[in-house]
Design a protein around this ligand. Structure first.
Ligand SMILES: C[S@@+](CC[C@H](N)C(=O)[O-])C[C@H]1O[C@@H](n2cnc3c(N)ncnc32)[C@H](O)[C@@H]1O
Length: 285
């Protein structure tokens, strides 16, 4: 199965319009491989037919399915480890002191994929800061993909998935064995409020955040979109809040308001003095 230049153009325009994910020329192989299971699911014999179906039914759900199929959902428990160490050793101890009077903490994981990242954060918090169970913790995790969000909410992982990064004691403590799979326990699952948020579109109202995880998603966008998203994060991050980006991501040459913290490979940033959004509660951005 090969994709024609016209069909690649149609799909790449659709994907960038709806998700900001950039598919540069040369990524034809990626579209071909990602469309394989969608062709089966929709009983389309070829990508040509699939594109024609989208042209015939412009308001149908097929376009969303194509965009969904083009998202890259690679993730794992405690991915890169350093950000979780930085949270445990620096960020949470600092916020526990600063928020002692309100006993409230707001966290957002902005590209949650199948849920390994938000659940890793939740396990790290419960393991090391059990006092937080008596705090008001508002923990939002979001993704553009409804398929991924369904997986997050279900919280069921294969043996292969739990083998990637999850220490055995945490598996035993925080998961229930379900036949050949593992399900995260209800108390953690219910802690996280999963929502669909398209980072490239209008964001719903979110409270001012103490911590934003925005890891391994900006890499898919072009520089103007990265700037827009960093600008919006700046509006919702508290002046003394923390932003975590992926190992291959940076704010450098994109948004000078952020300053990288010197914590070993953590991808942790803070706002420079005077760069936070002035109002206490932002409007939707
Ligand atoms: C590579 S995963 C990263 C998962 C996790 N943050 C990590 O670092 O392991 C990228 C995620 O970003 C999501 N994504 C892509 N474009 C998006 C957009 N415009 N808005 C929100 N999420 C998006 C994808 O659906 C995917 O789940």
């Amino acid at each position: 199965m090969t994709i024609s230049p016209g069909d690649f153009d149609y799909i790449s325009k659709l994907v960038v319009e709806r998700s900001a994910i950039v598919l540069e020329p040369g990524k034809e192989y990626l579209v071909e491989s990602r469309m394989r299971s969608l062709l089966q699911e929709t009983h389309c014999p070829s990508i040509r037919e699939l594109v024609q179906k989208m042209v015939r039914e412009p308001n149908g759900d097929l376009k969303n399915k194509v965009v969904d199929a083009m998202t890259t959902n690679e993730t794992s428990f405690f991915r890169d480890l350093h950000p979780f160490e930085a949270m445990k050793n620096v960020v949470i101890p600092d916020l526990l002191k600063k928020r002692e009077s309100t006993r409230q903490l707001n966290l957002w994981c902005g590209a949650s994929s199948r849920g390994q990242e938000p659940y890793s954060v939740a396990m790290m918090l419960l393991e090391n800061f059990p006092q937080l169970t008596t705090w008001k913790v508002h923990y939002v995790a979001s993704d553009i993909s409804e398929k991924m969000l369904a997986r997050c909410r279900e919280g069921i992982y294969s043996q292969l998935e739990v083998n990637r990064g999850l220490p055995a004691p945490l598996l035993v403590k925080y998961f229930d064995h379900r036949a050949t799979k593992w399900q995260i326990k209800d108390n953690i699952r219910k802690w996280v409020d999963f929502k669909q948020i398209n980072l490239a579109s209008h964001w719903p109202h979110l409270p001012r955040m103490d911590i934003v995880f925005m890891r391994n998603v900006l890499i898919y966008f072009d520089p103007p979109m990265k700037k827009i998203i960093l600008g919006k994060i700046r509006q919702i991050l508290k002046p003394d809040g923390y932003l975590f980006l992926g190992a291959a991501e940076t704010t450098l040459n994109l948004d000078d308001a952020f300053q990288r913290m010197d914590i070993k490979q953590s991808g942790c940033y803070r706002l420079r003095e005077g760069q936070a959004h002035p109002s206490r509660e932002p409007a939707s951005v």
